[in-house]
Design a protein around this ligand. Structure first.
Ligand code: ZN
Ligand code: ZN
Length: 87
């Protein structure tokens, strides 16, 4: 609850990563992993990659630009800032 689901797709060509898609940490440690499972962090050397290459169009985009948050739909629960109490 409270966490909005992000759609993940290439901001340039709208390609969506597949569960079997893999990225390689190169030229660093050579680990192959799914970069969106770790939000861009290599599990081999703990480097956070600021840019992610699209496996379809081969363009690099900021990792965060791949996450697309949908606006809440009418009827969906929206957290009300007024309900948050100040200290
Ligand atoms: Zn692309
Ligand atoms: Zn690495």
């Amino acid at each position: 609850m409270g966490e909005r689901k992000a759609d993940i797709w290439c901001p340039r060509c709208k390609w969506r990563p597949r569960p079997e898609s893999r990225w390689m940490c190169t030229p660093s440690c050579g680990t192959v992993w799914h970069t969106f499972w770790t939000r861009g962090v290599c599990p081999g050397c703990a480097v956070k990659w600021p840019h992610t290459q699209c496996l379809a169009c081969h363009e690099f985009s900021p990792h965060e630009a791949w996450y697309h948050y949908r606006d809440p739909q009418p009827g969906e629960e929206v957290s009300d800032p007024a309900s948050l109490e100040a200290e």
